[in-house]
Design a protein around this ligand. Structure first.
Ligand code: ZN
Length: 148
């Protein structure tokens, strides 16, 4: 099901802390499937649960069109490279806006896969950028806050 996307930098849902997922229930799995469908429908490359109105720590990322989307529950960045890059980013919640954002080129992120297994991912480039962007959403941070 394609879910409506929360928009606007003053939207209170986009400005709150998302809660940890305690148990990966069938509802959570369905939410992830709906998020993936919604992201594809909107031509996005990443999405965080608060963007579809759910204040839960869930993100998805799809840096390459022909690869499956990556879903992470309760993601936490464990390490960021000192090397940073400035690239213009957009956000499905802030239509028609792009902002140059400084982010680490490489990161190590931990979380849970949809099957509940802990995962640790070393990401670089676009995937690292998407993950950092989506994890910002989980603490109510938007690209307009990042500046240079
Ligand atoms: Zn966003």
């Amino acid at each position: 099901m394609i879910l409506p996307i929360q928009t606007g930098q003053d939207n209170p849902i986009l400005r709150q802390e998302a809660k940890e997922v305690k148990e990966i229930t069938t509802q959570i799995k369905q939410l992830v499937l709906d998020m993936i469908e919604t992201m594809k429908a909107k031509d996005g490359i990443g999405l965080a649960a608060p963007q579809v109105g759910q204040l839960l720590q869930i993100i998805i990322a799809k840096p390459e069109p022909d690869k499956e989307a990556l879903a992470l529950i309760n993601p936490q960045i464990k390490k960021t490279s000192r090397k940073k890059e400035i690239i213009e980013e957009g956000c499905l919640s802030l239509p028609n806006l792009s902002v140059p954002v400084t982010r680490s080129v490489k990161i190590i992120v931990q979380g849970l896969a949809l099957n509940g297994q802990p995962v640790k991912i070393k990401a670089k480039g676009l995937l690292a950028r998407i993950i950092q962007h989506e994890i910002d959403h989980l603490s109510g941070v938007l690209i307009v806050d990042k500046g240079l």
